[in-house]
Ligand binder design. Structure first.
Ligand code: MG
Length: 161
């Protein structure tokens, strides 16, 4: 029987603010700026969850965990990953791979790529070779280029049973 493979896409943008802890991909990165948000602002995990949920045909992250719900205030986004995986497992789906692009002037991701890959792989229960994380700058263009925001795009491949 042919495997039922589905692709999902997730995009998340957060403002960057000075003095804000910079949590990306489930780890704390040393940085003068960090993403703000109702939860901990971890745009990598938000985009990755949305990509997986989309591939599995499930509701999106914002509907599952609304930002007007006090239960999600300052929430550790790793919990969103645990709940996303539980929903996928309930549906008979598993993550096969994740490819992630982070557009930001700051922080520079290169020194942290390996650690982010390992963290995201553990959270989505795949081997590290099935997760990729790439950093891009925006050539000084727009709000990302001015360092006011960062945007993460994630693509997930999910197998449904
Ligand atoms: Mg978000």
């Amino acid at each position: 029987m042919t495997a039922d493979l589905r692709i999902g896409l997730g995009i998340d943008t957060h403002r960057l603010a000075a003095g804000q802890p910079c949590r990306l991909g489930g780890i704390l990165i040393p940085s003068e700026v960090g993403p703000t948000g109702h939860s901990d602002g971890d745009a990598i995990l938000h985009a990755a969850c949305d990509a997986c949920l989309g591939a599995a045909g499930l509701d999106d992250l914002g509907s599952l965990f609304p930002d007007n719900d006090d239960a999600n205030r300052d929430r550790d986004s790793r919990e969103f990953c645990h709940e996303t995986l539980a929903l996928l497992q309930k549906r008979g789906s598993r993550v096969l791979s994740l490819d992630i692009v982070v557009e930001a002037e700051q922080p520079k991701l290169a020194p942290h790529r390996a650690a982010i890959r390992a963290s995201v792989a553990a959270l989505f229960e795949v081997t590290e070779d099935r997760v990729n994380v790439k950093g891009k700058t925006a050539e000084s263009l727009g709000e990302i280029g001015r360092g006011e925001a960062l945007r993460v795009t994630a693509v997930a491949l999910v197998e449904n049973t």
